[in-house]
Design a binder for this molecule. Structure first.
Ligand code: NAD
Ligand code: GLY
Length: 369
């Protein structure tokens, strides 16, 4: 797919997938630039799926650019904001809206919002008429560096997060850095956790760069953000291209998530943001890597300092080691009840491995909670 010249100043990261390749465009003032919307599949109509926080901020501009670029009818479906609404009734409301306005298999969906909207609109696109194209327009830092890329879509089930879903790749991702200016500070920090993650698992030089620029990132400096989003997307695109359906390698993207998931579930989802739990979880996973003799002990305080400088917690809640271990057995990486961890083999390399001795994991928990 070609990207129009007008959006030429945008950075372009390709995601190479046999027959389903697409571009991630990263830049400023992209949303209302009709050129950024050129070259998409021919659509009969366009539906923007967003939520009641993001809609008043950006939906008019996006729809205006879409009308000018695609010259097709554009309508809007507004979902209630929040992870609590990432569920069947809300998904059904998307289908109600699509069928009620006569959409067909050539309708293009546009997911405008954070990871919750992206995951839900993506899942709706995967199912509606057995699959329609969709564009991801991520408006949180977390969504720009992680959830909008790679085609994982899902809703939650009362028995587990993201348990009902599909792989369905977008046809384009438009990451407009300017929208991050309206994002609450806590959400910016949560997104930085996922940026930091890419250093230890795949690129030690990127970790050095983040250390040197973390204050610029917290201050939303456009040049620093552009580099961080681009390098994060490049690393994720590379991993996804090698292992789209998480047969193995893709699981390294969950560094820190086994401990983080236990924190989120143990406190009740929503108490800590996902990125906050991942930030703390990365420190714990790095400590586990040290205790396994795979990571230089000097790297642990370094990572801990960086996570703290990003505005993220580095000490987990005191749930008790037994409770942590019980919660981790429900992690999606667990196999037949056996917990699996992403551990570091030095900085810049990661692998998934079955749980080491429970005592070792308990020591990590006791040291950081
Ligand atoms: P979110 O979508 O809930 O957004 C956070 C908050 O910010 C919401 O209140 C939202 O309305 C608001 N918001 C969004 N953009 C804004 C803006 N520009 N200005 C002001 N407010 C704005 O949370 P998130 O952190 O973006 O995403 C979390 C979700 O992503 C979870 O459901 C998680 O499961 C999912 N996720 C999916 C993947 C994947 O690969 N598909 C990866 C990681 C996370
Ligand atoms: N966020 C993890 C993944 O996309 O696989």
């Amino acid at each position: 797919m070609t990207v129009a010249e007008g959006a030429a100043s945008a950075l372009r990261v390709p995601v190479e997938l046999e027959g389903r390749s697409y571009d991630i465009l990263i830049g400023r003032r992209l949303l209302d630039d009709p050129a950024a919307w050129q070259g998409l599949p021919r659509a009969s109509s366009v539906v923007v799926v967003t939520n009641d926080t993001v809609a008043p901020l950006y939906a008019d501009a996006v729809e205006d650019a879409l009308r000018r670029a695609l010259e097709r009818p554009v309508s809007r479906i507004v979902l209630p904001d929040g992870e609590d609404h990432k569920d069947w009734p809300t998904l059904q409301s998307i289908f109600d809206g699509l069928l009620g306005s006569g959409c067909d298999r050539r309708t293009l969906l546009v997911a405008l919002g954070g990871g919750v909207v992206g995951d839900m609109a993506g899942f709706a696109a995967a199912c509606f008429m057995r699959g329609v194209p969709f564009v991801q327009v991520p408006t949180t830092l977390l969504a720009q560096v992680d959830s909008s890329v790679g085609g994982k879509t899902a809703i939650n089930h009362p028995l587990g997060k993201n348990m009902i879903g599909a792989f369905h790749q977008p046809v384009r991702v438009l990451a407009d850095l300017d929208v991050l200016r309206t994002l609450p500070r806590r959400e910016v920090a949560a997104g930085l956790a996922e940026v930091i993650k890419y250093g230890p698992i795949a690129d030690a030089a990127f970790l050095d760069w983040i250390e040197a620029h973390v204050d610029d990132l917290v201050a939303l400096d456009p040049a620093a953000l552009a580099h961080a989003v681009r390098r994060s997307c490049e690393i994720k695109a590379d991993v996804v291209a090698q292992d789209e359906r998480e047969g193995g390698l893709r699981a390294i993207l969950n560094f820190g998530h086994t401990f983080g998931h236990a924190i989120e579930a143990g406190l009740g989802f929503g108490e800590w943001l996902h990125g906050e739990a991942v930030g703390c979880g990365m420190v714990m996973a790095a400590d586990l890597s040290v205790r396994l003799g795979r990571l230089d002990p000097a790297e642990l305080p370094r990572l801990e300092r960086l996570v703290a400088r990003a505005g993220l917690p580095v000490r987990g809640p005191r749930l008790g080691a037994a409770r942590y271990l019980e919660l981790m057995r429900h992690d999606k990486k667990a196999e037949a009840g056996e917990i699996r961890f992403v551990v570091l083999d030095g900085l810049g390399r990661a692998q998934v491995q079955p749980a080491p001795d429970a005592l070792l994991v308990s020591e990590v928990i006791d040291a950081h909670c």
